[in-house]
Design a protein around this ligand. Structure first.
Ligand code: FES
Length: 432
Protein backbone atom coordinates (compact mmCIF):
# COMPACT_ATOMS: atom_id res chain seq x y z
CA UNK A 1 0.00 0.00 0.00
CA UNK A 2 1.26 3.46 -0.92
CA UNK A 3 2.38 5.60 2.01
CA UNK A 4 0.84 9.06 2.21
CA UNK A 5 3.14 11.90 3.24
CA UNK A 6 0.87 13.67 5.64
CA UNK A 7 3.26 16.61 6.00
CA UNK A 8 2.93 17.44 2.28
CA UNK A 9 -0.82 18.35 2.54
CA UNK A 10 -0.66 21.50 4.64
CA UNK A 11 2.15 22.89 2.48
CA UNK A 12 0.23 22.26 -0.74
CA UNK A 13 -2.96 23.76 0.70
CA UNK A 14 -1.09 26.82 1.83
CA UNK A 15 0.42 27.27 -1.61
CA UNK A 16 -3.00 26.96 -3.29
CA UNK A 17 -4.55 29.26 -0.75
CA UNK A 18 -2.00 31.97 -1.50
CA UNK A 19 -2.75 31.62 -5.22
CA UNK A 20 -6.48 31.39 -4.85
CA UNK A 21 -7.26 34.79 -6.36
CA UNK A 22 -4.97 34.12 -9.31
CA UNK A 23 -6.63 30.74 -9.91
CA UNK A 24 -10.10 32.20 -9.59
CA UNK A 25 -9.38 35.04 -12.04
CA UNK A 26 -7.88 32.58 -14.50
CA UNK A 27 -11.10 30.53 -14.41
CA UNK A 28 -13.28 33.64 -14.73
CA UNK A 29 -11.31 34.91 -17.72
CA UNK A 30 -11.65 31.57 -19.46
CA UNK A 31 -15.44 31.51 -18.92
CA UNK A 32 -17.88 32.48 -21.68
CA UNK A 33 -19.74 35.78 -21.24
CA UNK A 34 -23.02 34.08 -22.23
CA UNK A 35 -25.21 33.51 -19.17
CA UNK A 36 -25.56 29.87 -18.27
CA UNK A 37 -28.92 28.23 -18.89
CA UNK A 38 -30.19 27.62 -15.41
CA UNK A 39 -33.31 25.71 -16.50
CA UNK A 40 -32.89 22.01 -16.07
CA UNK A 41 -33.88 19.87 -19.03
CA UNK A 42 -36.16 17.84 -16.79
CA UNK A 43 -38.05 21.05 -15.89
CA UNK A 44 -38.45 21.90 -19.55
CA UNK A 45 -39.77 18.42 -20.31
CA UNK A 46 -42.10 18.69 -17.30
CA UNK A 47 -43.50 22.04 -18.47
CA UNK A 48 -44.16 20.64 -21.93
CA UNK A 49 -45.88 17.55 -20.59
CA UNK A 50 -47.77 19.39 -17.88
CA UNK A 51 -48.21 23.06 -18.82
CA UNK A 52 -49.85 25.31 -16.26
CA UNK A 53 -52.27 26.65 -18.86
CA UNK A 54 -53.35 24.83 -22.02
CA UNK A 55 -55.19 26.28 -24.98
CA UNK A 56 -57.90 23.83 -26.00
CA UNK A 57 -59.77 23.87 -29.28
CA UNK A 58 -63.33 22.51 -29.42
CA UNK A 59 -63.26 19.64 -31.92
CA UNK A 60 -66.78 18.30 -31.51
CA UNK A 61 -69.97 18.93 -29.55
CA UNK A 62 -72.63 16.27 -28.93
CA UNK A 63 -76.06 17.26 -27.66
CA UNK A 64 -76.97 14.55 -25.12
CA UNK A 65 -80.34 16.10 -24.26
CA UNK A 66 -81.74 19.61 -24.02
CA UNK A 67 -79.71 20.39 -20.91
CA UNK A 68 -76.45 18.48 -21.41
CA UNK A 69 -73.77 18.75 -24.07
CA UNK A 70 -70.54 16.79 -24.40
CA UNK A 71 -67.45 18.68 -25.61
CA UNK A 72 -64.39 17.14 -27.22
CA UNK A 73 -61.16 19.15 -27.04
CA UNK A 74 -57.72 18.91 -28.61
CA UNK A 75 -54.59 20.95 -27.96
CA UNK A 76 -54.88 24.22 -29.91
CA UNK A 77 -51.09 24.47 -30.08
CA UNK A 78 -48.39 22.04 -31.04
CA UNK A 79 -47.73 19.42 -28.40
CA UNK A 80 -49.64 16.89 -26.39
CA UNK A 81 -52.37 17.38 -23.82
CA UNK A 82 -51.38 17.26 -20.17
CA UNK A 83 -51.73 13.76 -18.79
CA UNK A 84 -54.03 13.15 -15.82
CA UNK A 85 -55.26 10.51 -13.40
CA UNK A 86 -58.67 8.97 -14.15
CA UNK A 87 -61.24 10.85 -12.06
CA UNK A 88 -59.52 14.26 -12.26
CA UNK A 89 -60.89 17.51 -13.69
CA UNK A 90 -59.71 20.41 -15.82
CA UNK A 91 -60.57 24.01 -15.00
CA UNK A 92 -61.83 26.02 -17.96
CA UNK A 93 -60.98 29.73 -17.90
CA UNK A 94 -63.87 31.60 -19.46
CA UNK A 95 -64.17 35.21 -20.45
CA UNK A 96 -67.89 35.92 -20.61
CA UNK A 97 -68.76 39.49 -21.65
CA UNK A 98 -65.52 40.72 -20.13
CA UNK A 99 -66.13 38.78 -16.92
CA UNK A 100 -63.43 36.29 -15.96
CA UNK A 101 -64.80 32.97 -14.65
CA UNK A 102 -63.17 29.62 -14.02
CA UNK A 103 -65.10 26.36 -13.86
CA UNK A 104 -63.82 22.84 -13.12
CA UNK A 105 -65.23 19.98 -15.20
CA UNK A 106 -64.44 16.31 -14.62
CA UNK A 107 -62.85 14.59 -17.58
CA UNK A 108 -64.87 11.65 -18.86
CA UNK A 109 -62.15 10.59 -21.29
CA UNK A 110 -59.30 8.32 -20.25
CA UNK A 111 -55.64 9.26 -19.70
CA UNK A 112 -54.80 7.12 -22.74
CA UNK A 113 -57.11 9.27 -24.86
CA UNK A 114 -55.29 12.39 -23.62
CA UNK A 115 -52.05 10.86 -24.90
CA UNK A 116 -53.84 10.48 -28.24
CA UNK A 117 -54.86 14.15 -28.13
CA UNK A 118 -58.45 14.11 -26.79
CA UNK A 119 -60.12 15.50 -23.68
CA UNK A 120 -63.85 15.05 -23.13
CA UNK A 121 -66.19 16.75 -20.66
CA UNK A 122 -69.97 17.03 -20.32
CA UNK A 123 -71.67 20.22 -19.18
CA UNK A 124 -75.14 20.39 -17.67
CA UNK A 125 -77.19 23.54 -17.75
CA UNK A 126 -77.61 24.99 -14.27
CA UNK A 127 -80.54 27.33 -13.85
CA UNK A 128 -79.07 30.80 -13.44
CA UNK A 129 -75.53 29.44 -13.97
CA UNK A 130 -73.58 31.93 -16.09
CA UNK A 131 -70.80 29.56 -17.13
CA UNK A 132 -72.92 26.48 -17.92
CA UNK A 133 -75.41 28.51 -19.96
CA UNK A 134 -72.55 30.15 -21.83
CA UNK A 135 -70.99 26.76 -22.60
CA UNK A 136 -74.28 25.30 -23.83
CA UNK A 137 -75.54 28.29 -25.80
CA UNK A 138 -72.42 30.02 -27.12
CA UNK A 139 -69.46 27.69 -27.47
CA UNK A 140 -69.08 26.17 -30.93
CA UNK A 141 -66.68 23.90 -32.81
CA UNK A 142 -63.38 25.66 -33.48
CA UNK A 143 -63.58 27.92 -30.40
CA UNK A 144 -60.47 28.09 -28.26
CA UNK A 145 -60.76 27.97 -24.47
CA UNK A 146 -57.93 28.15 -21.97
CA UNK A 147 -57.72 25.55 -19.26
CA UNK A 148 -55.63 24.95 -16.17
CA UNK A 149 -53.85 21.62 -16.02
CA UNK A 150 -55.76 18.59 -14.66
CA UNK A 151 -56.17 18.34 -10.89
CA UNK A 152 -58.34 16.67 -8.27
CA UNK A 153 -58.32 14.04 -5.57
CA UNK A 154 -61.07 11.73 -6.82
CA UNK A 155 -58.73 9.22 -8.44
CA UNK A 156 -58.17 5.64 -7.30
CA UNK A 157 -54.89 5.01 -5.55
CA UNK A 158 -53.28 1.59 -5.28
CA UNK A 159 -51.97 2.35 -1.77
CA UNK A 160 -54.83 4.31 -0.22
CA UNK A 161 -57.93 2.67 -1.69
CA UNK A 162 -59.38 -0.82 -1.58
CA UNK A 163 -59.17 -2.94 -4.70
CA UNK A 164 -62.92 -2.54 -5.21
CA UNK A 165 -64.26 0.97 -5.83
CA UNK A 166 -67.98 1.59 -5.38
CA UNK A 167 -68.77 4.72 -7.39
CA UNK A 168 -71.97 6.58 -6.53
CA UNK A 169 -72.95 9.11 -9.17
CA UNK A 170 -75.83 11.51 -9.34
CA UNK A 171 -76.63 13.01 -12.75
CA UNK A 172 -73.65 14.55 -14.50
CA UNK A 173 -71.48 13.39 -11.56
CA UNK A 174 -71.02 10.23 -13.67
CA UNK A 175 -68.16 11.84 -15.70
CA UNK A 176 -65.17 10.94 -13.48
CA UNK A 177 -66.38 7.34 -13.22
CA UNK A 178 -66.57 6.95 -16.99
CA UNK A 179 -62.91 7.95 -17.06
CA UNK A 180 -62.07 5.46 -14.30
CA UNK A 181 -64.00 2.67 -16.09
CA UNK A 182 -62.14 3.37 -19.33
CA UNK A 183 -58.78 3.30 -17.53
CA UNK A 184 -59.66 -0.08 -15.98
CA UNK A 185 -60.67 -1.39 -19.38
CA UNK A 186 -57.48 -0.26 -21.11
CA UNK A 187 -55.52 -1.83 -18.22
CA UNK A 188 -53.84 1.37 -17.05
CA UNK A 189 -55.70 1.03 -13.74
CA UNK A 190 -55.84 -2.16 -11.69
CA UNK A 191 -59.16 -1.88 -9.84
CA UNK A 192 -62.63 -3.39 -9.72
CA UNK A 193 -65.45 -0.91 -10.16
CA UNK A 194 -69.17 -0.99 -9.46
CA UNK A 195 -70.96 2.19 -10.51
CA UNK A 196 -74.37 3.10 -9.12
CA UNK A 197 -75.62 5.78 -11.49
CA UNK A 198 -78.71 7.61 -10.33
CA UNK A 199 -80.95 10.11 -12.14
CA UNK A 200 -84.53 11.27 -11.72
CA UNK A 201 -85.81 10.24 -15.15
CA UNK A 202 -84.42 7.60 -17.49
CA UNK A 203 -83.83 10.04 -20.37
CA UNK A 204 -81.30 11.87 -18.16
CA UNK A 205 -78.71 9.05 -18.39
CA UNK A 206 -75.58 10.17 -20.26
CA UNK A 207 -72.83 7.75 -21.37
CA UNK A 208 -75.27 4.85 -20.75
CA UNK A 209 -74.41 3.01 -23.99
CA UNK A 210 -70.67 3.45 -23.46
CA UNK A 211 -70.88 2.24 -19.86
CA UNK A 212 -72.94 -0.82 -20.83
CA UNK A 213 -70.37 -1.72 -23.50
CA UNK A 214 -67.50 -1.37 -21.04
CA UNK A 215 -69.34 -3.56 -18.51
CA UNK A 216 -70.08 -6.18 -21.18
CA UNK A 217 -66.45 -6.35 -22.24
CA UNK A 218 -64.79 -6.23 -18.83
CA UNK A 219 -65.64 -8.34 -15.76
CA UNK A 220 -64.05 -5.77 -13.46
CA UNK A 221 -66.66 -3.16 -14.38
CA UNK A 222 -70.32 -3.26 -13.33
CA UNK A 223 -72.91 -0.53 -13.78
CA UNK A 224 -76.21 -0.31 -11.91
CA UNK A 225 -78.61 2.23 -13.38
CA UNK A 226 -81.01 3.78 -10.88
CA UNK A 227 -84.02 5.96 -11.67
CA UNK A 228 -85.72 7.77 -8.84
CA UNK A 229 -88.99 8.32 -10.66
CA UNK A 230 -89.36 5.64 -13.33
CA UNK A 231 -89.62 1.88 -13.54
CA UNK A 232 -88.07 -0.09 -16.38
CA UNK A 233 -86.51 -3.52 -16.82
CA UNK A 234 -82.78 -3.47 -16.05
CA UNK A 235 -83.06 -0.22 -14.10
CA UNK A 236 -83.40 -0.03 -10.33
CA UNK A 237 -86.21 2.19 -9.12
CA UNK A 238 -85.72 4.54 -6.15
CA UNK A 239 -82.61 5.91 -4.49
CA UNK A 240 -79.12 4.48 -3.97
CA UNK A 241 -79.35 2.77 -0.59
CA UNK A 242 -76.99 0.67 1.50
CA UNK A 243 -79.22 -2.36 0.83
CA UNK A 244 -78.96 -1.78 -2.90
CA UNK A 245 -75.15 -1.51 -2.70
CA UNK A 246 -74.92 -4.68 -0.61
CA UNK A 247 -77.10 -6.58 -3.06
CA UNK A 248 -74.46 -6.02 -5.76
CA UNK A 249 -71.17 -5.80 -3.86
CA UNK A 250 -69.99 -8.36 -1.33
CA UNK A 251 -66.26 -7.56 -1.08
CA UNK A 252 -64.71 -4.70 0.92
CA UNK A 253 -64.75 -1.42 -0.93
CA UNK A 254 -63.90 2.29 -0.97
CA UNK A 255 -66.74 4.65 -1.85
CA UNK A 256 -66.22 7.43 -4.40
CA UNK A 257 -69.17 9.76 -4.92
CA UNK A 258 -69.86 12.73 -7.16
CA UNK A 259 -72.93 14.91 -7.47
CA UNK A 260 -74.77 17.83 -5.97
CA UNK A 261 -74.22 18.82 -2.36
CA UNK A 262 -77.68 17.47 -1.40
CA UNK A 263 -76.65 14.07 -2.84
CA UNK A 264 -73.65 14.13 -0.50
CA UNK A 265 -75.81 15.14 2.46
CA UNK A 266 -78.15 12.25 1.66
CA UNK A 267 -75.27 9.76 1.27
CA UNK A 268 -73.61 10.86 4.50
CA UNK A 269 -76.73 9.80 6.40
CA UNK A 270 -77.52 6.74 4.30
CA UNK A 271 -74.00 5.28 4.50
CA UNK A 272 -73.58 5.83 8.26
CA UNK A 273 -74.20 2.14 8.99
CA UNK A 274 -71.19 1.22 6.87
CA UNK A 275 -68.89 3.07 9.31
CA UNK A 276 -66.66 4.34 6.54
CA UNK A 277 -63.77 6.56 7.58
CA UNK A 278 -62.87 9.67 5.57
CA UNK A 279 -60.34 7.58 3.66
CA UNK A 280 -63.02 5.17 2.48
CA UNK A 281 -65.68 7.73 1.58
CA UNK A 282 -64.50 10.29 -0.91
CA UNK A 283 -66.83 12.84 -2.41
CA UNK A 284 -66.48 15.47 -5.10
CA UNK A 285 -68.91 18.31 -5.45
CA UNK A 286 -67.48 20.82 -7.85
CA UNK A 287 -69.35 24.09 -8.37
CA UNK A 288 -70.50 22.79 -11.72
CA UNK A 289 -72.30 20.18 -9.65
CA UNK A 290 -73.58 22.75 -7.18
CA UNK A 291 -76.65 24.82 -7.45
CA UNK A 292 -76.00 28.56 -7.87
CA UNK A 293 -76.33 30.87 -4.90
CA UNK A 294 -79.88 31.92 -4.26
CA UNK A 295 -80.24 35.11 -2.33
CA UNK A 296 -83.17 33.90 -0.32
CA UNK A 297 -86.12 35.86 0.88
CA UNK A 298 -88.01 34.03 3.64
CA UNK A 299 -91.11 32.35 2.25
CA UNK A 300 -93.50 34.05 4.64
CA UNK A 301 -92.48 37.48 3.39
CA UNK A 302 -92.92 36.43 -0.24
CA UNK A 303 -96.44 35.19 0.40
CA UNK A 304 -97.36 38.34 2.27
CA UNK A 305 -96.20 40.59 -0.55
CA UNK A 306 -97.82 38.48 -3.29
CA UNK A 307 -101.15 38.47 -1.52
CA UNK A 308 -100.98 42.16 -0.90
CA UNK A 309 -100.22 42.89 -4.56
CA UNK A 310 -103.20 40.76 -5.60
CA UNK A 311 -105.45 42.63 -3.22
CA UNK A 312 -104.23 45.97 -4.57
CA UNK A 313 -104.97 44.96 -8.18
CA UNK A 314 -108.43 43.77 -7.27
CA UNK A 315 -109.08 46.94 -5.31
CA UNK A 316 -108.52 49.15 -8.38
CA UNK A 317 -111.71 47.88 -9.95
CA UNK A 318 -113.71 48.70 -6.86
CA UNK A 319 -115.18 51.94 -5.68
CA UNK A 320 -112.83 54.69 -4.56
CA UNK A 321 -113.73 54.40 -0.87
CA UNK A 322 -112.95 50.69 -0.96
CA UNK A 323 -109.61 51.40 -2.68
CA UNK A 324 -108.63 53.83 0.02
CA UNK A 325 -109.54 51.27 2.64
CA UNK A 326 -107.46 48.55 0.96
CA UNK A 327 -104.53 50.84 0.25
CA UNK A 328 -104.14 51.34 3.96
CA UNK A 329 -103.85 47.56 4.39
CA UNK A 330 -101.37 47.08 1.52
CA UNK A 331 -98.65 49.30 2.88
CA UNK A 332 -95.50 47.13 2.85
CA UNK A 333 -92.91 48.01 5.41
CA UNK A 334 -89.25 47.39 4.54
CA UNK A 335 -89.05 45.11 7.59
CA UNK A 336 -91.33 42.62 5.81
CA UNK A 337 -88.44 41.59 3.54
CA UNK A 338 -85.45 40.04 5.26
CA UNK A 339 -82.51 39.96 2.87
CA UNK A 340 -79.17 38.37 3.70
CA UNK A 341 -76.63 40.72 5.24
CA UNK A 342 -74.17 42.40 2.94
CA UNK A 343 -70.58 42.87 4.09
CA UNK A 344 -67.84 44.99 2.60
CA UNK A 345 -64.69 43.27 1.40
CA UNK A 346 -61.60 45.41 1.02
CA UNK A 347 -59.37 43.62 -1.48
CA UNK A 348 -55.68 44.15 -2.13
CA UNK A 349 -54.76 42.69 -5.50
CA UNK A 350 -51.38 43.45 -7.05
CA UNK A 351 -51.09 47.26 -6.91
CA UNK A 352 -54.85 47.81 -6.73
CA UNK A 353 -57.30 48.20 -3.87
CA UNK A 354 -61.04 47.51 -4.22
CA UNK A 355 -64.10 47.66 -2.00
CA UNK A 356 -66.77 45.16 -3.01
CA UNK A 357 -70.03 43.91 -1.48
CA UNK A 358 -70.55 40.26 -0.52
CA UNK A 359 -73.72 38.61 0.79
CA UNK A 360 -73.35 36.54 3.94
CA UNK A 361 -74.35 33.43 1.95
CA UNK A 362 -72.07 34.15 -1.00
CA UNK A 363 -68.52 32.87 -1.28
CA UNK A 364 -65.82 35.52 -1.30
CA UNK A 365 -64.58 34.14 -4.64
CA UNK A 366 -67.97 34.62 -6.25
CA UNK A 367 -68.12 38.22 -4.96
CA UNK A 368 -64.66 38.87 -6.45
CA UNK A 369 -65.71 37.42 -9.80
CA UNK A 370 -68.91 39.44 -9.81
CA UNK A 371 -66.80 42.59 -9.67
CA UNK A 372 -64.49 41.21 -12.33
CA UNK A 373 -61.47 40.91 -10.07
CA UNK A 374 -59.26 38.25 -11.57
CA UNK A 375 -58.83 35.93 -8.60
CA UNK A 376 -57.17 32.54 -8.98
CA UNK A 377 -59.32 29.44 -8.62
CA UNK A 378 -59.27 25.82 -9.63
CA UNK A 379 -61.42 23.33 -7.69
CA UNK A 380 -63.77 25.98 -6.22
CA UNK A 381 -64.56 23.64 -3.35
CA UNK A 382 -61.86 24.50 -0.83
CA UNK A 383 -59.71 21.49 -1.64
CA UNK A 384 -56.79 22.43 -3.89
CA UNK A 385 -55.54 25.59 -2.14
CA UNK A 386 -54.99 27.35 -5.48
CA UNK A 387 -57.04 30.40 -4.38
CA UNK A 388 -55.20 30.69 -1.02
CA UNK A 389 -55.34 34.31 0.19
CA UNK A 390 -54.52 36.23 3.33
CA UNK A 391 -57.22 37.53 5.65
CA UNK A 392 -55.83 40.78 7.04
CA UNK A 393 -58.85 41.83 9.06
CA UNK A 394 -62.33 40.58 9.96
CA UNK A 395 -63.99 37.19 10.22
CA UNK A 396 -65.07 34.46 7.87
CA UNK A 397 -66.76 31.08 8.17
CA UNK A 398 -66.13 27.83 6.30
CA UNK A 399 -68.58 24.93 6.11
CA UNK A 400 -67.15 21.87 7.88
CA UNK A 401 -67.27 19.75 4.73
CA UNK A 402 -65.30 22.36 2.80
CA UNK A 403 -62.58 22.98 5.40
CA UNK A 404 -59.40 21.66 3.80
CA UNK A 405 -56.92 24.29 5.01
CA UNK A 406 -53.73 23.24 6.77
CA UNK A 407 -53.78 23.98 10.49
CA UNK A 408 -50.86 26.41 10.05
CA UNK A 409 -52.89 28.30 7.45
CA UNK A 410 -55.86 28.52 9.79
CA UNK A 411 -53.58 29.75 12.57
CA UNK A 412 -52.00 32.47 10.41
CA UNK A 413 -55.27 33.60 8.77
CA UNK A 414 -54.88 32.16 5.31
CA UNK A 415 -58.22 31.49 3.67
CA UNK A 416 -59.62 29.79 0.59
CA UNK A 417 -62.04 32.40 -0.83
CA UNK A 418 -63.86 29.72 -2.86
CA UNK A 419 -65.16 28.11 0.34
CA UNK A 420 -65.23 31.09 2.71
CA UNK A 421 -68.16 33.33 3.60
CA UNK A 422 -67.78 36.69 5.37
CA UNK A 423 -69.28 37.06 8.84
CA UNK A 424 -68.13 40.69 9.16
CA UNK A 425 -66.59 43.32 6.93
CA UNK A 426 -63.20 41.94 5.95
CA UNK A 427 -59.89 42.91 4.35
CA UNK A 428 -58.03 40.37 2.22
CA UNK A 429 -54.94 40.17 0.04
CA UNK A 430 -55.41 37.80 -2.86
CA UNK A 431 -52.14 37.95 -4.80
CA UNK A 432 -49.91 36.22 -2.27
S1 FES B 1 -59.98 26.99 -5.83
FE1 FES B 1 -59.31 25.19 -4.85
S2 FES B 1 -59.23 25.77 -2.76
FE2 FES B 1 -60.12 27.48 -3.75
Amino acid sequence: MKKIKISSFPGKDNKNFKNINKIRNKIINKTSATPINNEYIIDRVGKNLYPKIQRLVVKNIVEENKDIKTFYFANADAGTLAIFRPGQYITLLLNIDGKFLSRPHSLSSSPNEAINGVYRISVKRVEGGIASNYMLDNVKIGDIIESLHPSGELYPSSIRDKKHIVALASGIGISPFVSIAKAIHDKTLDKELTIFYSVNYINEFVYAKELKELANKNNNIKVVFVSKEENEDGIENGLITVDLIKSYVTSKFTVFAAGYQDFYDYLKKELTVLNLGDKDFRFESSPTLSKPIVISVPQASVITIAEEKKTTKKSKSKKKEEEEEVEEVTEVTPEAIVLPKIYNIKVFHKEEEYNIPCFENQTILSALEEKNIKARSKCRSGECGYCRSLLLWGNIRVDKDKEHRRSADIKYNYIHPCSSYPTSDITIKIDI
